[in-house]
Design a protein around this ligand. Structure first.
Ligand code: UT7
Length: 322
């Protein structure tokens, strides 16, 4: 049982890590199986290749990503008292992926649960961890975004098989006196709840792609602007912009609407595809690791199934990436 700590003024990201499957699936490989081609995929999505699990399982990626984030935070698993995994592809309905992750890492008695807000899940989970820490219910939290979309794809459907991918990203969130995670902007549009589904009878991933696209290039900017306002900052002050990595055309359109230069905007979708709840922590960790995002304010922005959206500004400190 975790001991209540005194309520703190805030929390911040103290470590970042990520993990990818080894297997790279190129557009050429998909061309051989589906009625599609590299030119169409690159022109419409910006995706050249993606990572797909082969021989590993989602838990392996979550363990690696979380272990790297812990190392960067200079913490041991024993110091974690909350684990939240954002996922919609946990292998079991029970126990949660978070429970399996806690057991694998050897954490003694963490609060563990999965959170399903589809591709917007990571920003939701980060907010939940921030709230738990700020109210004194946790001291250090592991927040993981992990999805194995290859498990739920219809591999004969060219409209989705070319897009989706597998991966995991993790952050450690720790109590601080100076808040490093600004208030979240989160919500959903119930009228659009069926735009993206993994439902009966076959429980395969389906989406009304053009409708999602339209939402993203018209509405996502408003979520981003509200998150900037709640953080008391502006797009010009950002050292990085990490939107959900679904389609390069969406990413560049939203960056342009906000006036954020492309070189400060994550464009990892080109080589990683869309790994749902994992895309934001994956991209964030990789950009920090490569030195492309330095210390300072970074805007996170997720959207997807539900139809859910969320975003917040995080204040990154130096040397937090694995
Ligand atoms: O993470 C969850 C959030 N999801 C998203 O953000 C996805 C948002 N949507 C998108 O990214 C885009 O809508 C897609 C990439 C899914 C599709 O691109 P699009 O430019 O909206 O294409 P479309 O669906 O309007 O299809 C245009 C044409 C169609 O053919 P016709 O009807 O014009 O003859 C499609 O059948 O392209 C065809 N098409 C393909 N052709 C070759 C669809 N998929 C493919 C394909 N290869 N893989």
């Amino acid at each position: 049982m975790s001991t209540l700590s005194p309520a703190r003024r805030g929390s911040a990201i103290s470590g970042l890590g990520h993990a990818l499957p080894h297997r790279i699936v190129t557009n050429a490989e998909l061309e051989a199986k589906l009625d599609t081609d590299d030119t169409w995929i690159v022109a419409r999505t910006g995706i050249a290749e993606r990572r797909i699990l082969d021989g590993e399982v989602l838990l392996d990626l979550a363990i690696t990503a979380a272990s790297r984030a812990l190392r960067r935070a200079e913490l041991t698993a024993a110091q974690i008292d909350l684990i939240v995994v954002a996922t919609m592809t946990a292998p079991d309905r029970c126990p949660s992926l978070a429970a399996r992750l806690g057991a694998a890492l050897g954490v003694s008695a963490p609060a563990v649960f999965d959170l399903n807000a589809a591709c917007a899940g990571f920003s939701h989970a980060l907010a939940v961890a921030d709230h738990a820490i700020t109210c004194g219910a946790a001291g250090h939290a592991l927040v993981v975004g992990a999805d194995a979309m290859s498990d739920v794809l219809d591999w004969s459907d060219r409209t989705t098989a070319i897009l989706m991918a597998d991966g995991a990203g993790a952050v450690v969130v720790s109590a601080t006196d100076r808040p490093g995670i600004a208030p979240v902007v989160w919500g959903s549009d119930p009228a659009l709840a069926d735009l993206i589904t993994i439902s009966a009878p076959d429980h395969r991933f389906r989406q009304q792609g053009p409708s999602v696209f339209r939402w993203a290039i018209t509405r996502a900017q408003h979520v981003a602007r509200a998150a900037l306002e709640r953080a008391g900052t502006t797009a010009a002050d950002l050292v990085g912009f990490v939107p959900h990595q679904a389609n390069l055309r969406i990413i560049t359109a939203v960056a342009d609407q906000l006036g954020i230069p492309h070189e400060r905007t994550a464009r990892e979708v080109a080589v990683l595809g869309n790994a749902s709840a994992a895309t934001i922590p994956l991209a964030l960790s990789r950009l920090v690791e490569r030195g492309e995002i330095a210390a300072g304010p970074v805007l996170l922005l997720g959207f997807g199934g539900g139809f859910s959206y969320s975003g917040q500004v995080v204040q990154l400190r130096a040397a937090s990436a694995a």
